[in-house]
Design a protein around this ligand. Structure first.
Ligand code: HEM
Length: 155
């Protein structure tokens, strides 16, 4: 079965990074960021995060994978953080679209964006652990056996 998660996850990772550095660049130059540009990035970011959560959840439901050990624990963290990030991006859109004319709204937007950049970085790291260290991006029959990881440290 086709797994589109690895193809789609790069969109929210790249878009939240672009948005953060665009806002920072404008702030350092003491310019107001362009509203249409920010809105455009925010909508794409939300769509990318929704597609990532959807395909990640689809993987969990449909693709055989280990349900024990470290890989399972990482998967649970990655799933929870993924849903939290999607909620965070939705909140970021609401704050930017409806509350940024208030001073506290603007501050909250900047703090939330910083938090979401850090959270998405952690999310991508955990995803890389799942896909590469634990081999979940390989076809199901080719996942490295669990005991291999447990012994690797002693080799
Ligand atoms: C904003 C949401 C999410 C982001 C940004 C994200 C990010 C990532 C990244 C960067 C990878 C590594 C892909 C690679 O390098 O090949 C990955 C892998 C993975 N993610 Fe997510 N993820 C998200 C949500 C979810 C959710 C909700 C689940 C459900 C449990 C999930 C399950 C997985 C699994 C099973 C893998 C390993 C298999 C694969 O590579 O497809 N992800 N994720």
């Amino acid at each position: 079965m086709i797994n589109l998660h690895p193809q789609l996850v790069h969109f929210p990772v790249a878009l939240v990074t672009t948005l953060f550095f665009y806002e920072l660049w404008c702030r350092l130059r003491k310019e107001k960021s362009n509203q249409n540009t920010v809105r455009f990035l925010l909508v794409l970011l939300l769509l990318g995060a929704a597609a990532s959560v959807g395909t990640g959840w689809w993987y969990e439901e449909n693709i055989p994978h280990p349900h024990e050990g470290a890989v399972h624990a990482i998967m649970e963290w990655h799933e929870t953080l993924g849903f939290a990030a999607l909620g965070g991006f939705a909140l970021l859109c609401i704050v930017y679209f409806f509350l940024q004319d208030k001073k506290w709204g603007r501050l909250f937007y900047q703090l939330l964006l910083t938090l979401l950049l850090a959270g998405t970085g952690l999310q991508a790291y955990l995803g890389g652990e799942l896909g590469h260290t634990h081999g979940l991006s390989l076809p199901a029959g080719e996942h490295p056996p669990m005991h291999l990881h447990e012994h690797q440290g002693h080799l």
